[in-house]
Design a protein around this ligand. Structure first.
Ligand code: NCD
Length: 300
């Protein structure tokens, strides 16, 4: 059994294996239709979700497994009554063969895994990590660029509280000659511990103050929503918005990604641009999460 807790657990080799499996699943769905027919999988979301929960649940159903779920675990499960993460996991694992969990605690996945006898799949833990999102983000980039080594990637929006950003830069740091450009309001700058991690891993990190500081041939611009639910106070709206006019200053090969949901940070006027990949990203969540279940149960 294998948990999915953090992007720290991956290597270039394990990513390559996962992505080849996701490609095979996407190309031969029939082959995988019943592989988890004997499994029951639980999804426990203590925070709101659309894509992550529904793509996990689609993955579960496409593999022939059965699903038990609390859609709004923060108010509808016993955590509302004060039950600890550990106790909840201890109970749910009496019923389910794997548990997919999203929680506001930055260390929820590790706490769960410590006592779990079934695979735990982290579907987002506080402002810490969102490994399955980063796995599908890098898969999407790899599909379009054919490689990750040597890419220039701009990260935008909420670099402080955005767990998708924290997980993404960990995966990118596994590759060679990566350059990362950070553009955010100063309140949402990348925390020092992540800048240090990038330095240690020889990833060049450049703090940008406007779109002009991002090279026009940047390979990827990855925008994110300000995570207003994670801090007190009001720091206003996103200042750096990708719209048609902004995107026209970048290369015809600059991909635009976003984990969604978006607020104002990406204008709908670029949705039809072939460089805008955020809806394709959401679709790629299914083969990636199907692959993760097969790995979790050590079927592949
Ligand atoms: C993100 C999340 O929940 O961290 N969304 C997602 O899972 N696709 C990003 C966000 O909520 O802004």
């Amino acid at each position: 059994m294998k948990h999915v807790l953090s992007c720290e657990q991956y290597t270039r080799e394990s990513l390559e294996e996962l992505y080849n499996l996701a490609d095979d699943i996407a190309n031969n769905p029939e082959k995988y239709k019943n592989v988890l027919a004997d499994k029951i999988i639980a999804t426990m979301f203590f925070e709101p979700s659309t894509r992550t929960r529904l793509s996990f649940e689609t993955a579960i159903l496409k593999l022939g497994a059965k699903l038990i779920s609390t859609e709004n675990a923060a108010s509808n499960s016993s955590s509302r009554k004060g039950e600890s993460i550990e106790d909840t996991i201890n109970v749910v694992q009496q019923y389910a063969d794997a548990i997919v969990m999203r929680h506001s605690d930055d260390h929820a996945a590790e706490k769960a895994a410590k006592i779990a006898k079934v695979p735990i799949l982290n579907a987002g833990s506080g402002k810490g990590e969102h490994p399955t999102q980063a796995l599908l983000d890098v898969y999407t980039i790899r599909k379009h660029k054919g490689k990750i080594d040597g890419l220039k990637v701009a990260i935008l929006g909420d670099l402080m509280y955005g767990r998708t950003i924290h997980s993404l830069i960990k995966l990118l740091s596994l590759y060679n000659n990566i350059e990362i450009y950070g553009l955010s309001k100063k309140e949402f700058a990348l925390p020092g511990k992540y800048v240090d991690m990038l330095n240690e891993r020889k990833v060049k990190y450049t703090v940008c103050h406007s779109f002009d500081d991002i090279p026009t041939d940047v390979d990827v611009m990855y925008h994110t929503r300000i995570q207003s639910e994670r801090f007190e106070g009001d720091f206003g709206k996103e200042e750096f918005i990708i719209n048609k006019e902004v995107l026209n200053n970048f290369s015809k090969d600059t991909l635009v990604l976003h984990p969604l949901p978006r607020l104002e940070e990406i204008s709908t006027d670029i949705d039809d641009d072939p460089r805008a990949l955020y809806f394709e990203q959401a679709a790629n969540g299914v083969p990636i999460r199907m692959s993760l279940f097969l790995k979790a149960f050590e079927i592949k």
